[in-house]
Design a binder for this molecule. Structure first.
Ligand code: EPU
Length: 347
């Protein structure tokens, strides 16, 4: 008799042989041997009992993942919904959001209410549960600044837990969910703290320019959100049209001496000094200098308006996109001596 987790999968409600391509924004071919859409968090306890200690593969909006092969593990699609706002005595607003809620819809809901904090993060693809995983960020804001707590199911200890923001180990596109606690927790919901009096963040990139262009003299959360949406739409490919997973690489952080040396040789290199003395460089700029921006390799390529983004022109395999990524990394390393880390989760 077969006691393997797969044997239990059907009894636990998993569907066999499910196409994952439409469930990811890269849209590359991949099939799950077993797939279950999770819409009831209480079901996690039974799933844990049935599947045993080996955790399933968690799939949120599929906007930060590249499948290079079919996953072996059963796949759990997160469909946990719910939005619960609550006013705090200090006038700030707590919003609890289920991990399966659409991220952009959450930003628009909060902006419409006049609650500040998420406006610069408008139009980021994906679901709420992926926000703390990646510590998503854009236009001078990181989501960690608005997260009070993350509710998880601890697959190892078999219990629900609430992790405070400081327990999540947030850093630039980093958290314990990607590192020390990888695969340990299923994120079921996130508690945000928003503020109707939060200051606007207008200093990054072309936000002010875009507001001016839109004729906005006194910006508010709504107009900043609109500006961010316009900027993103002008630079980043829409995954519904062109498969991609946003920035494929992280902006590298190098020591000050290397940054200095590079800037002497390449005076236009964008540099962002960090509080720890290191210097962040713009990976998009480095890639553009290698000549790869806008170039194709078979059915995939480097986006022509933002070199950090790799795109699937249609029909690309995950392995092809990975090969392109490795080629770009090697070129940047050869030219600048800088190693680019991938941001996307490659499976
Ligand atoms: N640049 C180039 N060529 C390019 C792209 C960028 O020279 O092809 C230069 C720009 O001119 C600018 C600098 O690089 O001087 C920074 O560019 P940009 O403001 O477009 O931002 P980024 O560093 O390339 C990061 C995030 C994006 C986020 C933007 C805006 C990472 C890995 N990426 O990109 O996040 O939208 O800032 O805040 O940190 C994502 O994570 O998926 C994502 C899209």
């Amino acid at each position: 008799m077969d006691f393997s987790p797969m044997h239990n999968a059907a009894e636990l409600g998993f569907l066999p042989d499910v196409d994952l391509a439409p469930r990811t924004t890269f849209g590359v071919p991949a099939r799950a041997r077993w797939f279950l859409g999770l819409s009831d968090r209480q079901a996690l306890v039974g799933l844990r009992r049935g599947l045993g200690e080996d955790p399933p593969l968690i799939l949120g909006g599929g906007s930060n993942i590249l499948f290079t092969q079919d996953p072996e593990r059963p796949v759990l699609g997160i469909e946990l919904t719910g939005l619960e706002p609550r006013e705090r005595p200090d006038g700030r607003i707590e919003v609890w959001a289920g991990a399966g809620e659409n991220w952009h819809a959450l930003t628009q809901y909060t902006v419409d209410k006049g609650w500040g904090g998420l406006e610069n993060l408008s139009l980021i693809p994906g679901k709420v549960g992926a926000a703390p995983m990646q510590n998503i960020g854009a236009y001078g804001v990181e989501v960690k600044d608005t997260i009070a707590a993350v509710e998880v199911f601890d697959w190892k200890a078999v219990r629900f837990e609430t992790l405070s923001a400081s327990e999540c180990g947030f850093g630039y596109r980093e958290s314990i969910f990607k590192r020390a606690a990888k695969d340990r927790y299923v994120i079921v919901g996130v508690r945000f703290v928003l503020d109707p009096k939060a200051p606007l963040h207008l200093d990054y990139g072309s936000i002010r320019e875009e507001l001016e262009h839109q004729g906005v003299a006194e910006p508010d959360y709504r107009s900043v959100s609109k500006a961010v949406i316009a900027i993103r739409q002008s630079k980043l490919p829409d995954p519904a049209v062109l498969g991609n997973a946003g920035s494929f690489f992280k902006n590298p952080s190098v020591d000050a001496a290397l940054a200095e040396r590079l800037s002497l040789e390449f005076p236009t290199l964008p540099r962002y000094p960090q509080p720890d003395g290191r210097v962040k460089l713009a990976a998009g700029w480095l890639i553009e200098q290698t000549g790869w921006k806008g170039r194709r390799m078979g059915a995939c390529g480097v986006h022509d308006r933002q070199a950090l983004v790799l795109v699937n022109y249609g029909g690309a395999q995950g392995a092809e996109i990975l090969k392109l990524a490795r080629t770009v990394q090697a070129e940047v390393e050869r030219r600048f001596g800088v190693a680019l880390e991938t941001e996307v989760n490659i499976l």
